[in-house]
Design a protein around this ligand. Structure first.
Ligand code: PLP
Length: 424
């Protein structure tokens, strides 16, 4: 029965019972971590062939004859671009490969707007006020980049169809200090939703007051399906071309959660104008990317079929973990009216909303019982969840047995925090 419908006495009894359960769990002195969306060791094993690939190679040229051991090819190997092109549906001619991190490329896109400006507009560093739109809950590291540059971040509510497009359109129409928006359009971090066709169409058709407005389209989970009925995302690049808004879009992806986080290959896709700007910026920074890493990824993955085959291996490891979390939430708090959560078809996260004012308390209770979760508030700009209700679960890293223990603690903590609140 929903906690809200219980009498004070009934709730007090439940509270006493939960406290005893919690103390028992605490006495186990657990040390478990489900704070960050990292692949598990078993997943990393799947890509060990990347490390073998170059040893088997007698020479180091790509198909253009460039020696990958040497400087040059600032925008990356054509074979690796082709793989990304098939992953994100943008022609290889519009893709630039980076090094080991797409977040780093996002940082550089913002950094360039800050130092030099886009589309002939004033560099952002010379303007009094810069604002950026942040769909919430969202990815903490996105918010960290715009906080680092001192931009004012504006929360945009997320719905099952994506961010609140009415609000976005109304805000950007007249305010030219709003310079962009962060988006994770597929299997969003952390809500797991994929933007609807209408949402993507509206993004491609945006007409902001700021001529240098940029959509940061972080397609980090483009091939990270966990079910037989995966979500599909409309191709925003094609739609931008049709609307003449292609200078507004930067699309990002990487192999971080395909091969190795921190040792994969990252990519950016955008318009010719933006590529020209980015080339100048990049070639001032570096004489070229790590092409040997790109080459060994090409030799290991071969093509998009290789990517999909590898992702099936990831799914086999990840899917039972997501299922376990969903099952335990359903069984333990499903009908109590104190928590809601998503059931994503892919990606890396489960987003749980507990009673308003309880998220910090749940995370604290878990921590004191030896289970580390992502900090409450981390999914909001400045770490401030106005409702103190959202918690991001990252089930990928712990083995199943540890995950089960961690979820047991988490479910008791949700109930205990809710009972505390209702009895207060
Ligand atoms: N974008 C999103 C939405 C993520 O969740 C993550 C990692 O968790 C990243 C980017 C990091 O990507 P990369 O390793 O390519 O920098």
């Amino acid at each position: 029965m929903a906690y809200a419908n219980l009498s004070r006495e009934e709730l007090s009894d439940i509270f006493a019972d939960l406290t005893a359960q919690y103390d028992e769990l605490k006495a186990k002195k657990l040390s478990l971590n489900m704070a960050r969306g990292k692949p598990s060791a078993a997943q990393l094993e799947l890509a060990l062939g990347v490390l073998e690939a170059l040893k088997a190679r007698s020479e180091f040229a790509n198909s253009n004859g460039d020696d990958c051991r040497n400087y040059g090819v600032w925008d990356g190997l054509p074979e690796m671009k082709k793989i990304f092109s098939d992953m994100i549906g943008v022609p290889a001619s519009q893709i630039i490969l980076g090094n080991n991190s797409s977040l780093n490329m996002m940082f550089e896109v913002i950094s360039r707007g800050y130092s030099h400006g886009y589309n002939g507009c004033t560099p952002w560093c010379k303007l009094d006020k810069i604002k950026f739109l942040c769909p919430v809950p969202g990815y903490d590291r996105h918010f960290a980049v715009t906080e680092y540059y001192g931009f004012e971040m504006i929360n945009i509510p997320m719905y099952p169809t994506g961010p609140d497009m009415d609000m976005i359109e109304a805000l950007i129409k007249d305010d030219d200090s709003i310079k962009g928006i962060w988006c994770v359009p597929k299997y969003s971090n952390p809500t797991g939703i994929t933007y609807s066709d209408e949402t993507v169409r509206r993004f491609a058709a945006l007409r902001p007051a700021a001529k240098d407005f940029k959509i940061m389209w972080d397609n980090a989970y483009c091939v990270h399906d966990l079910t037989d009925t995966p979500d599909t995302l409309l191709n925003i690049y094609d739609l931008c071309l049709a609307n003449g808004t292609e200078d507004q879009i930067f699309i990002f992806a990487s192999t971080s959660k395909i091969s190795f986080p921190g040792a994969g290959v990252a990519a950016l896709a955008t318009s010719d104008n933006n590529i020209k700007d980015f080339k100048k910026h990049t070639l001032t920074q570096t004489i070229g990317p790590d092409k040997l890493n790109q080459l060994r990824h090409v030799l290991f993955l071969h093509d998009i079929n290789g990517v999909h085959a590898l992702m099936k291996g990831h799914r086999a490891i990840l899917e039972p973990k997501f299922k376990l979390c969903e099952l335990m939430l359903e069984e333990n708090v499903g009908d109590l009216g104190i928590a809601e959560w998503n059931k994503p078809n892919g990606g890396y996260f489960i987003s749980v909303d507990v009673l308003d004012g309880c998220a910090k308390r749940v995370v604290q209770l878990c921590k004191e019982a030896g289970v580390i979760l992502t900090d409450a508030g981390a999914t909001y700009p400045y770490g401030k969840d106005p409702h103190d209700s959202n918690i991001r679960l990252a089930p990928s890293f712990p083995p199943l047995s540890e995950l089960e223990q961690a979820m047991e603690v988490f479910c008791v903590a949700i109930k205990l925090a809710a009972a505390e609140k209702l009895l207060a």
